[in-house]
Design a protein around this ligand. Sequence first.
Ligand code: C2E
Ligand code: MG
Ligand code: MG
Ligand code: MG
Length: 280
Amino acid sequence: GAKEEGRGRYRMFEASMNARIQARRSLELDLRRAIARQEFELYYQPQVDARTGAFDGAEALIRWHHPVRGMVSPAEFIPIAEETGLIGNLGEWVLRTACTQALSWPEHLTVAVNLSPVQFRDGRLATTIRNILAETNFPPARLELEITEGSLLQNEQRTLVILRELRALGIRISMDDFGTGYSSLSYLRRFPFDKIKIDQSFVRRTPDDKESAAIVRAIAMLGASLGMKTTAEGVETDAQSSFITGEGCDQIQGYLISRPVPARQIEALFTRPEPVALRA
Ligand code: C2E
Ligand code: MG
Ligand code: MG
Ligand code: MG
């Protein structure tokens, strides 16, 4: 009867729920052991001056080499690390590793590190970062921290206090994925970001899609008038690059310049005797 059918369907639902919970739990267990087992690695993606094509620095992007699953995307494991509280240790590992590795780049180059909104729940975040800079001997002026709107959404007051502490240390703060949130504009009024990173979803559709082109143009103008640098992320084509440069964006980051690469490769790229011109 209908009742049994319903019960059967419920059991199937339950079975697939259990399977998902199991898969997640095992990923979580693996994640707990991954730092000690040295399964994480930082890749770096260069950021170039839009006008000259010279390197300005690179963004650190975490990679997890899982012994069985292979490469697991940060989009998959960062949320688990956030929900389990593991992001604290992981975030510190990322910062320490990025500062240590970027120390061997030419002195004018910066390193950008992504911070999770959850890391801002820790009132000692600024102190932790200051200690990492001291331990690694990395100049604060060469460190950029990328935050998303989520950080301000969760606890705006506490986040603003931490951001000001970080800024006082000489660290630069970037607003990542700009334009995708609900209150991006009001945050620009409340905190003087050093840099706005225009989200890939707009950049990808330029120059053909008129709406996206208009949004990129507006953000570039906004950045210029607020005294904030603008970076276009996800630049893949020459057409996007010329459009974005023409609109006055300061920086370009994307597969057109380079995919994210391991530390040794970025160092080789950065220490080449000849400056690499932006692909014409
Ligand atoms: P994000 O910070 O916005 O980083 C940009 C993402 O776009 C990276 O993905 C990068 O590989 C990708 N990308 C760059 N250029 C292009 C392009 O031209 N085309 C396309 N299709 N993609 C491009 P990835 O490395 O998978 O990282 C995804 C997200 O995971 C990051 O977005 C960031 O939110 C988070 N993430 C990565 N590393 C860390 C980390 O160390 N800590 C934290 N908290 N989050 C991280
Ligand atoms: Mg980022
Ligand atoms: Mg982004
Ligand atoms: Mg993103």
